[in-house]
Design a protein around this ligand. Structure first.
Ligand SMILES: Nc1nc2c([nH]c(=O)n2[C@@H]2O[C@H](COP(=O)(O)OP(=O)(O)OP(=O)(O)O)[C@@H](O)[C@H]2O)c(=O)[nH]1
Ligand SMILES: [Mg+2]
Length: 309
């Protein structure tokens, strides 16, 4: 087997969601390609220590707030790399090109530099995902209150999960909800209904684990995510190149009274295996849990009850 080179790379994020890319300096493999600043781990170094050292060396900043994000493996002609990406929201010092590289702030989905390192494509898509993913809760709220809360709170992303409805009722609701979502730039993911999502033009589909495990290829929708509870399901979501996974439950929730919660300990044990897709913490989460979830390596939090307050 080929030796694997461990690399830590950092995504500097500004409050407006823009992120920093750097161009690879002359003389390195893929010179001129755009990448996230970072580099190879040295002997005995942790990923975070390597990241901090590399950012001092390459760009003169010291990282003050970084959370682990996704792990991507990639086979280049010159090396097999395992890239641990961190999101960096705090740093000190002025960004300075110490290696003759260029830097450019970029907006997710609207890149204006190229080419990008081949391993980085899926990562860029992940940067467009929101901190909070809202899951509908019409079963408890009733339709009127749910639709009113949707219009009032305007979540950036919504998973429409209403297992108590039959197929006809779900379709009618989905059409109504889609009209609202389109008017307020909420992305709508239908639950376990790929064909309906394609038919009505929803943004994507969210798969429950039982459907995820049966799937052979990714549904033909712009965005596809899944609910997961263990390593086998996270592996399936990764193998299908899904855009995100929800992982839970962190705390006990009334919607799933029969399954034992993972707790943060269980979440850590799973997330530390390193997954190529952003993972949301699910189960009893509130908006104020976001920072904690991200410290545990989550991309964000999936909210059910707390999204509609
Ligand atoms: N820094 C960085 N490296 C990446 C990214 N994506 C990606 O595939 N890589 C690969 O990771 C490997 C190591 O990166 P690097 O060249 O920055 O390593 P380094 O700073 O330690 O450089 P050095 O070996 O010249 O000291 C390279 O094979 C590079 O192509 C990325 O976004 N950032
Ligand atoms: Mg480097």
């Amino acid at each position: 087997m080929r030796k694997i080179t461990h690399v830590a790379a950092g995504i500097l994020l500004r409050a407006d969601g823009s992120f920093l890319l750097g161009s690879r300096p002359a003389g390195k493999p893929y010179a001129g390609y755009w990448e996230f600043p970072g580099g190879k781990l040295e002997n005995g170094e942790s990923e975070l220590d390597a990241l901090k050292r590399e950012l001092v060396e390459e760009m003169g900043i010291s990282v003050t707030a970084a959370t682990p994000w996704i792990v991507q493996t990639f086979d280049y002609p010159h090396a097999s790399v395992r890239l641990s990406f961190f999101r960096i929201s705090g740093w000190e010092g002025k960004i300075t090109a110490h290696e003759g590289q260029e830097f450019a702030w970029q907006v997710p989905g609207q890149l204006n530099v190229s080419p990008i390192l081949p391993a980085n494509g899926p990562i860029l898509r992940g940067l467009a995902l929101p901190d909070e993913m809202a899951i509908s809760n019409m079963a408890e709220l009733g339709e009127t209150a749910f639709l009113a809360a949707l219009e009032k709170n305007k979540p950036r992303w919504l998973i429409l999960r209403e297992p108590q409805l039959n197929a006809d009722q779900y379709r009618q609701l989905a059409e109504k909800v889609l009209a609202i979502c389109k008017g307020q730039q909420t992305r709508l993911m239908l639950h376990d209904a790929s064909e309906l999502a394609i038919a009505i033009g929803a943004d994507g589909v969210h798969l429950p684990a039982r459907s995820l495990l049966k799937l052979e290829k990714r549904p033909a929708l712009d965005w596809v995510g899944a609910s997961t509870h263990n390593a086998a399901e996270l592996s399936a979501a990764s193998a299908l190149s899904l855009d995100y996974a929800l992982l839970g439950h962190i705390s006990p929730t009334p919607s799933h009274p029969d399954t034992a919660p993972l707790g943060w300990e269980g979440f850590d044990a799973l997330i530390q295996q390193g997954w190529p897709l952003p993972v949301y913490a699910l189960g009893g989460m509130k908006p104020q849990d976001l920072a904690l979830a991200q410290q545990h390596g989550a991309h964000g939090v999936a909210l059910m009850r707390a999204a509609w307050i």
